[in-house]
Design a protein around this ligand. Structure first.
Ligand code: 9YW
Length: 417
C-alpha cells in the first residue's frame, strides 16, 4: 500500500494527466490513440476536474454539449480539430450538416447527467447557472434515447462503439451474423499506437466499418436506423446508465423547479425494461440480441452496474463476491472462468477502473458499503502500483491499451484515492 506522501504525488500525477490531455475546454482520452473528445470519457473527466478546478469541470460538459444534434442526439466523438492519427475520421462518418460540430453519427452511455449533478453538489452557488444551461440539453438527449433507442424499456445499441464496450463477448452472436460485404478499403490507426493483441481483431473492425457505412447510407436517420441497422442489441450498460442518469436528472429538475413527470415516466419504463435483461436461467443481467431475442449468456462488467441504476440483485452480489475471490483486481469485463475470457484484449477480460468507480457508487447507494470499499481499495492499489492506464489485466494488474488515460486519472482523484 502507499503512504500519505505517495498519495500526494499520485494526486499530482493524476492532475498532470488531466492537464496534459486538456485541449482547451475539452479533454482527449489519451494522447495519440484517441485525439478527439469522446462522450462518456468527458463525463468522467468532468468528475476528475471537479476535485480541483470546478470551472474546468463545467467547461468539459458544456463543450461536449456544443456538439449536440438538433434531434437531441449527443455524438460519441466530436472531431473538434482534424487529426490524421485516428481512423475513422469525420469524412468516413458522413455526418456533414447533421450537427453543429463534425462528429460521429452514434451516441455513447449517458453519464453526463450524473456527473453534472456531482459537480453541482460541489459548486452549489456558482454551479446554478451551469445546471440551468445544461438541464434542457440533458433532457433532450435522454428524450432522444427514450424515443429512438428504447425497446420495451431496454436501451439498445446500433453499433458496438455506441455501447462504449467495443469488442465485448456480448456482441459475438450479433456480430457473427453480419457479413461485412462491400466495405471500402481502410487502414487502421489504433494498432499503430497499441499492441494489436490488446485491441479488437480485423474481423471486428471490418464489421465496425460496415456498420458505419450502413448508418451513413441511412443518412443517420433515427427511425430508419432503429428499423434497418443490422446490429440491434439491448445493452445493460446503456439501460443501467440511462436509468441512473434519469434519477440524477430528476434531482436537477427538483433543484430547478422544473416539471418532472416525463422523467418519472422514463424511470418506470426503464425499471421494467431492466428486469427483461435478466436471463431467467442465470438471474444475471445480460445483453439481448433484438434480432433473435437471445440473451448473450455472459457475466460482463456491465451487469454489475445494476446498483448504480438503483436495482438490487442478490445474484449479482454473489457474482461480485466470486469476482473478488477469482482475481486480484476485479471487476473483469468478462468473468475470468469463462472460456472466452482474454486477460489483455480490451473489453473481453481486462478490468476498467472507471467501471469499478461507478459500480462502487451504486454499491454505496444500495447499502453495500463493504463491497464498495473492497473495490475501491483494490482499484487504488492497482492504480498506485501500475499507473493511470486505459485498462488492466485482472490477474496480474499489467497495464494495457493507452497510457496516461483521462478517465483513469479522473477516477483516482474523484473516487479511488
Ligand atoms: C473508439 C475512448 C473510447 C471509449 C470507449 C472505448 C474506446 C474506441 O475508447 O472506444 O474508437 O471509439 O471502448 O469506451 O469511450 O476512451
Amino acid at each position: 500500500m502507499t503512504n500519505a506522501r505517495d498519495h500526494i504525488s499520485l494526486d499530482e500525477q493524476a492532475r498532470a494527466v488531466l492537464r496534459g490531455n486538456d485541449r482547451g475546454g475539452y479533454s482527449v482520452p489519451t494522447d495519440g490513440l484517441y485525439p478527439y473528445q469522446w462522450n462518456w470519457d468527458s463525463g468522467f473527466a468532468a468528475w476528475g476536474f471537479a476535485q480541483f478546478d470546478l470551472p474546468r469541470a463545467w467547461s468539459e460538459l458544456e463543450t461536449l454539449f456544443s456538439g449536440q444534434w438538433p434531434t437531441g442526439m449527443l455524438p460519441h466523438i466530436l472531431f473538434h480539430r482534424p487529426d490524421p492519427g485516428y481512423f475513422p475520421g469525420p469524412e468516413v462518418w458522413g455526418t456533414e450538416g447533421l450537427g453543429p460540430v463534425p462528429s460521429s453519427g452514434i451516441s455513447q452511455p449517458p453519464v453526463a447527467a450524473t456527473f453534472t449533478r456531482l459537480t453541482y453538489e460541489k459548486d452549489r452557488a456558482a454551479g446554478r447557472v451551469h445546471i440551468e444551461a445544461l438541464y434542457p440539453k440533458l433532457l433532450a438527449w435522454h428524450r432522444w434515447f427514450m424515443q429512438w433507442r428504447c425497446h420495451e424499456g431496454m436501451i439498445f445499441v446500433t453499433h458496438p462503439w455506441e455501447s462504449g464496450r467495443d469488442n465485448t463477448v456480448d456482441w459475438d452472436g450479433p456480430m457473427a451474423a453480419i457479413d461485412p460485404v462491400g466495405i471500402d478499403p481502410y487502414t487502421r490507426r489504433d494498432t499503430a499506437h497499441v499492441d494489436p493483441h490488446m485491441r479488437p481483431t480485423k474481423e471486428d473492425y471490418d464489421r465496425y466499418l460496415y456498420l458505419v457505412q450502413r448508418g451513413r447510407d441511412l443518412g443517420w436517420d433515427d427511425a430508419k436506423m432503429a428499423d434497418s441497422m443490422p446490429f440491434k442489441v439491448a445493452d445493460p450498460t446503456m439501460t443501467f446508465i440511462l436509468l441512473r442518469a434519469n434519477r440524477d436528472l430528476l434531482a436537477l429538475a427538483a433543484e430547478l423547479g422544473e416539471d418532472s413527470a416525463e422523467i418519472e415516466g422514463w424511470i418506470n419504463v426503464l425499471e421494467e425494461g431492466a428486469e427483461r435483461l435478466r436471463n431467467p436461467a442465470s438471474g444475471v443481467f445480460e445483453a439481448i440480441d433484438l434480432k433473435t431475442g437471445a440473451h448473450a449468456g455472459n457475466v460482463t462488467s456491465a451487469a454489475f452496474l445494476c446498483w448504480y441504476a438503483g436495482i438490487e440483485c442478490p445474484v449479482m452480489l454473489g457474482e461480485l463476491m466470486e469476482a473478488f475471490e477469482a482475481s486480484q483486481f476485479p471487476v473483469p469485463s468478462q468473468k475470468v472462468t469463462d472460456p472466452k475470457f482474454d486477460a489483455m484484449r480490451y473489453w473481453r477480460g481486462p478490468t476498467w477502473t472507471m467501471m469499478n468507480a461507478i459500480t462502487a457508487l451504486g454499491l454505496i447507494d444500495m447499502g453495500h458499503p463493504d463491497a464498495a470499499e473492497e473495490l475501491r481499495i483494490r482499484s487504488a492499489r492497482l492504480l498506485a502500483e501500475r499507473g493511470f492506464a486505459e485498462y488492466f489485466n485482472p490477474h496480474t494488474g499489467d497495464p494495457a491499451g493507452g497510457g496516461t488515460f483521462t478517465w483513469t486519472a479522473a477516477i483516482w482523484l474523484a473516487w479511488a484515492s
